[in-house]
Design a binder for this molecule. Structure first.
Ligand SMILES: Cc1cc2nc3c(=O)[nH]c(=O)nc-3n(C[C@H](O)[C@H](O)[C@H](O)COP(=O)(O)OP(=O)(O)OC[C@H]3O[C@@H](n4cnc5c(N)ncnc54)[C@H](O)[C@@H]3O)c2cc1C
Length: 90
């Protein structure tokens, strides 16, 4: 049976970071993960949450940006009302 100086339970944000510090100090380390490598931050927490919020923000702002872009492109509110071309930069 192989032996290790340390066993880390969980490969989330903390586990791999701790493993790096222990191996840098010359220790042998085993890391166990029961579900998803990366833990909650990359798989279910911060990053997916911020992606959802960011995407929702773009959808919310897009019509106003498109209208403003059309109005400035045509300089006439009447023509801008029928503008279907997408705004540049989106
Ligand atoms: C919705 C949400 C949004 C968040 N937003 C932010 C943010 O914007 N900014 C921020 O700084 N933080 C945010 N966080 C917090 C951040 O995700 C956590 O602080 C960070 O993930 C904690 O890291 P950790 O390694 O301690 O735990 P985790 O990332 O939870 O990792 C623990 C790991 O251990 C594993 N494990 C548990 N028990 C066992 C076992 N018995 N055997 C084997 N493996 C096991 C789990 O499967 C998991 O992979 C958010 C969290 C959530 C849920």
């Amino acid at each position: 049976m192989r032996r290790f100086d340390a066993i880390i339970i969980g490969a989330g944000q903390a586990g791999p970071s701790l493993a790096g510090k222990l191996t840098a100090a010359g220790l042998s380390v085993a890391c166990m993960e029961r579900k998803l490598f990366g833990g909650s931050r990359v798989n279910t927490g911060c990053i997916p949450t911020k992606t959802l919020v960011g995407s929702a923000n773009v959808v919310y702002l897009a019509p106003a940006i498109a209208a403003k872009s059309c109005a400035s492109r045509h300089r006439s509110p009447r023509r801008a009302e029928g503008c279907a071309s997408p705004p540049s930069g989106l």
